[in-house]
Design a protein around this ligand. Structure first.
Ligand code: C2E
Ligand code: CA
Ligand code: CA
Length: 397
């Protein structure tokens, strides 16, 4: 920038699935391929450009004497063709996908930071639009600034007590009494939700905050359990957390800090987390059970894993996904699925919980099918600690 008084474009070329490419080619071959790509970009631009590797999965290409967006697009298309040639020469069976985000100097930015930021926003917009390249414009900012700022806001909320843990009661169907509660995270500002956990939990994973987030849920839940006279509690564990090297230690620390009795803590794990790395998952679950932790397979029936994992996984509970439960009165297939899961649980001597129970007829049917526990709006939504205290007074065994 300092050298060049004129105008230029920044092309941020992002390799969409670098880990995938590394896995297919091997690390060395992948590095060599990227080096050859960089050389070819340089050759194609002759003396008009500078090619830099930026981070792991990006090239930053500065192209001089670009006066407008149209010019920049031509340059970017040329590089995309060069990349295609390189891929076909390397005989890659699955070509990596490139996203090119473009920003213009000095039209769109007059300092390096914002020039980069805008190219990055444009590249992120490409990913969403399934186009191949994008010159930065205001629509990019709107599209992607939201998760960006959301990530920062989440980190801030996590550290300043802006996150709350709510508790949804779980009932024993036989006597309709409280049998425990599931901790569900809430992100509220002035009493209204900023985002739902389906949005901010993946965000926490992406931002590397899942360990802190899980500790937050775990420690709050165990504290609450103690405050409610050793109420059994369940905490959701995301796939990334189960496979984190520190996870078992984290649970051990929490259990001893709050003197939790054996069976007092259930960890809810989805099938998806199990198949990420089955060997590791089984080993982790066995270690956790040795600590006296119960394991529940959450959203059961929605994964694509085979039933054969049942032989090897040591679990204590199956949780029937709410999508089946909520449709079981109207859809024959869902009803049969629910019944099958209940029978499966019984054969394997596992407890079975139906979630998403919203009405009495559903509960009655679950009772006839021999389901042990139920959770859902029929009884209570996720409650604040205060509301939980009141609810428990009326619904304790
Ligand atoms: P999940 O573990 O399957 O939790 C059940 C979800 O169903 C909760 O949504 C709950 O509020 C909702 N629900 C309960 N009863 C009913 C009902 O009768 N009808 C309907 N329609 N919905 C019902 P929520 O709280 O929005 O949580 C969504 C997901 O986010 C959870 O699904 C869980 O996977 C994840 N999550 C929530 N808190 C945490 C957390 O602390 N850590 C992790 N890793 N994940 C969390
Ligand atoms: Ca759950
Ligand atoms: Ca669930």
């Amino acid at each position: 920038m300092q050298r060049d008084a004129g105008s230029f474009a920044l092309l941020l070329i992002n390799i969409a699935d670098l880990p995938g490419l590394q896995a297919r080619l091997g690390f060395q071959a992948c590095a060599a391929f990227l080096q050859s790509l960089s050389d070819r970009f340089g050759l194609a631009l002759d003396k008009r450009g500078t090619v830099l590797r930026f981070g792991d999965a990006n090239f930053c290409v500065l192209v001089r004497a670009i006066r407008n967006g149209g010019h920049a697009v031509l340059a970017a298309e040329k590089l995309a063709r060069v990349a295609e040639e390189a891929m076909s020469d390397a005989a890659l069976t699955i070509a990596p996908e490139l996203n090119i985000g473009i920003s213009l100097w000095p039209l769109q930015a007059t300092d390096g930071e914002s020039l980069l930021r805008k190219a990055q926003l444009a590249a992120a917009a490409v990913r969403k639009r399934t186009a191949r390249l994008q010159v930065f414009d205001d629509s990019c900012a709107e599209q992607v600034l939201t998760p960006w700022t959301l990530g920062n806001a989440f980190a801030e909320a996590l550290r300043s007590g802006g996150l709350q843990v709510y508790y949804q009661p779980k009932l024993r169907i036989a006597d309709r009494r409280a049998a425990g509660a599931e901790a569900l995270m809430r992100w509220l500002r002035d009493g209204t939700p900023v985002a739902t956990p389906d949005v901010f939990i993946p965000l926490a994973e992406e931002a590397g905050l899942i360990q802190e987030t899980t500790w937050y849920a775990l420690s709050n839940a165990l504290q609450q359990a103690a405050a409610c006279g050793d109420l059994p509690v369940a905490v959701n564990i995301s796939p990334g957390m189960l496979h984190h090297h520190d996870f078992v230690e984290m649970v051990r620390t929490a259990l001893s800090a709050w003197s939790v009795k054996s069976g007092g803590l259930t960890l809810e794990i989805t099938e998806g987390a199990l198949i990420v790395d089955f060997e590791q998952a089984t080993a982790r679950l066995a270690q956790l059970r040795e600590l006296g932790v119960r394991i529940s397979i959450d959203d059961f029936g929605t994964g694509y894993s085979s039933l054969s994992y049942f032989k090897k996984i040591s679990a204590d509970e199956l949780k029937i996904d709410k999508s089946f439960v909520m449709r079981m009165l109207t859809e024959d297939a869902d009803q049969r699925l629910v019944e099958t899961i209940i029978n499966l649980a019984r054969h394997f001597r596992l407890d079975v919980v139906a979630e998403g129970v919203e009405d009495q007829p559903t509960l009655d049917m679950l009772a006839r099918m021999g389901c042990d526990y139920a959770q859902g709006y029929l009884f209570a939504p996720a409650l604040s600690t205060q509301q939980l205290g009141v609810w428990l007074r009326d619904n304790r065994p």
